[in-house]
Design a protein around this ligand. Structure first.
Ligand SMILES: O=C(O)CCC(=O)C(=O)O
Ligand SMILES: [Fe+2]
Length: 266
């Protein structure tokens, strides 16, 4: 792939022991591209989660849209989207996931792990609300075969507004609780959606041919066990296939809302 001859010094990942207010503000402002938090979750906790998940019933993203397949635990908004709206079956799936998780005997639910990562950074962090109901927070995903190149932008995807508050900026957050020895990298390009990109859409899929990001500066994360990763998902991104082993993460979206709060959802 063509590499840019000049690079943007603001399109970089910073590494830190925790997510701070400056990181969240910097991502929203475009001052940085991503934040890596090595060891956000201790290895023993990661192992306990993956061990417990062996007894959990995982389902899959809608396979008519999400291929290669991605196993998951808990609802993903995009599996319950109907045009610009969120279908009611999202709420049933959210309740089922919370109930299912509570039987695993783990100290923290995915929701708590996600919220905890932001508490020191922002004065007001809570699950987003839609029609005054709390959104589900924390999806567990096993992305072994990789993702299509895509972007995430609730403003574009939910015309009728996803949350009660206006989301002025959206970030994506993941904690890697199991990482493959080879592969499974996250790649982020310094390129956002443009209308002509629709020519490069993968038929029936949720993503685009990789040439959509041709020539754009990129950064690659090789996730480490327990690492947290926060980025602006309007930048095209993908996950490379894990050639061996499993790649399991717990993640959510993080919205900065017009009332200055951080609202999380999955
Ligand atoms: O698993 C990852 O590293 C990124 C997954 C992704 O597409 C997202 O969190 O929006
Ligand atoms: Fe994404």
């Amino acid at each position: 792939m063509r590499q840019p001859s000049r690079t943007d010094p603001l399109f970089v990942a910073v590494e830190s022991a925790a997510i701070t207010r400056a990181h969240v503000a910097g991502l929203v402002a475009g001052r940085i591209a991503a934040v890596r938090v090595p060891g956000l979750l201790p290895a023993a906790r990661c192992h306990a989660i993956t061990a417990a998940l062996a007894d959990a019933e995982m389902d899959r993203y809608d396979e008519s849209r999400v291929f290669p397949v991605v196993a998951k635990f808990g609802p993903a908004i995009n599996d319950h989207r109907d045009g610009g709206d969120l279908r009611d079956d999202y709420w049933e799936a959210a309740r089922a996931a919370e109930k299912g998780w509570s039987t695993l005997g783990l100290p923290d639910a995915p929701r708590e792990l996600c919220l905890a990562a932001f508490r020191a950074a922002w004065p007001d962090v809570a699950p987003g609300r839609r029609h005054r109901r709390e959104m589900h927070v924390g999806i567990v995903r096993e992305i072994n075969a990789g993702l299509q190149v895509h972007f995430d932008d609730a403003v574009r995807e939910y015309a009728g507004r996803l949350l009660d508050a206006e989301v002025v900026a959206q970030l994506a957050f993941n904690i890697y609780v199991r990482v493959p020895p080879v592969g499974g990298e996250t790649v982020l390009w310094r390129r956002r959606w443009q209308p002509d990109d629709e020519d490069l859409r993968i038929p029936g899929g949720y993503g685009y041919h990789e040439s959509v990001a041709d020539g754009a500066q990129s950064l690659t994360l090789r996730p480490a066990l327990g690492e947290g990763f926060l980025f602006d998902p309007r930048h095209y991104h993908t996950v490379r296939p894990a050639t061996d082993g499993r790649r399991i993460s717990i993640g959510c979206f993080v919205g900065l809302t017009d009332d200055g709060r951080l609202a999380l959802w999955s």
